[in-house]
Design a protein around this ligand. Structure first.
Ligand code: GLU
Length: 285
């Protein structure tokens, strides 16, 4: 029997917290072209778990900008905000197995703890969480949760690694075999009291649910992959092949980002530039 499913399935997964900029266009086009060349599938996923920062008008903007670029994607588009139940179920399973714990530390608490132990490990995202709440008794955890205090669910990385037999290595198409280094991120947040998922948990679950074989995304997420592959092993999900591309830089050598008022695709379109000219300039860069 032949398997009719394409073996190349990739995705572009923006968060609708602002208009897309050139960096997004580059990433989306790379993924799209790879899918076309491989006779595979291209999926658009809207990563809108942060309901305070994500807006519908930006979702509409994403559709407009990608259509202008000439991309086509499958329907229906998965919007993460419509699937909180799935993430909650996965979180519950991780909790039942003892792989997450509630953390009641505020940012200030963490900063103070890190200041007390200046030799504490620092990763690419800043100081690694010192594990303060990992040591709390079950009784104490239950008391604090019952008190109504805010908390986050953190991955117990040590227990996770012991269970899966150490940090998994993973494949990056540009950099080859990557030795796992999840300790550089440590006990990351997987959910919060009122939001049953963080980026890490939702992205891993959705990539598996959508059968993503190749993840093409910016280098800014390279380190996050160390945690993603741990979560995949922990939840018995397949591990995709990764491709972390370099980030586009603007004229001042700064990476494009929503926060530093990069030129948006909407503005580029309004200036009269054609999508073909933009695509040619980006893919040459
Ligand atoms: N939603 C993420 C972002 O906008 C990207 C997720 C991913 O490609 O893994 O930065």
């Amino acid at each position: 029997m032949t398997d009719a499913r394409p073996s190349f399935i990739t995705r572009f997964a923006p968060s609708p917290t602002g208009r897309l900029h050139k960096g997004h266009a580059y990433s989306a086009m790379l993924a799209y072209r790879r899918a076309l060349a491989a006779g595979g599938r291209f999926i658009l996923r809207i990563e809108d778990i942060d309901t305070t920062r994500c807006r519908d008008e930006y979702v509409t903007g994403i559709y407009e900008d990608l259509a202008w670029l000439g991309l086509q994607w499958e329907q229906p588009v998965r919007r993460q905000s419509e699937h909180f139940g799935d993430y909650q179920a996965a979180l519950n399973t991780l909790n039942e197995k003892g792989f997450v714990y509630p953390c009641f530390c505020t940012r200030k608490d963490i900063a103070a703890e890190v200041a007390r132990a200046p030799s504490a490990p620092h990763g690419p995202d800043g100081p690694v969480y010192p594990g303060t709440c990992r040591h709390k008794s079950l009784k104490k955890r239950q008391e604090l949760m019952a008190s109504g205090m805010a908390f986050a669910w953190r991955l117990d990385l040590g227990r996770a690694l012991a269970h899966i037999g150490g940090a998994p290595a993973w494949q990056d198409e540009l950099k080859g075999t990557i030795k796992g280094d999840p300790e550089s991120l440590g006990d990351v947040v997987l959910a919060r009291k009122d939001t049953p998922t963080s980026y890490h948990l939702a992205v891993v679950l959705d990539d598996a649910r959508q059968g993503i074989s190749h993840i093409i995304r910016g280098e800014d997420l390279f380190h996050a992959t160390h945690i993603h592959v741990v979560l995949q092993r922990l939840m018995n999900l397949p591990m995709p092949i990764y491709h972390h591309h370099g980030l586009l830089l603007d004229e001042n050598g700064q990476r494009f980002a929503k926060r530093n008022l990069s030129v948006t695709l909407a503005e580029i379109r309004a200036s009269g530039m054609s999508p073909e000219t933009l695509a040619a300039s980006l893919l040459r860069a």
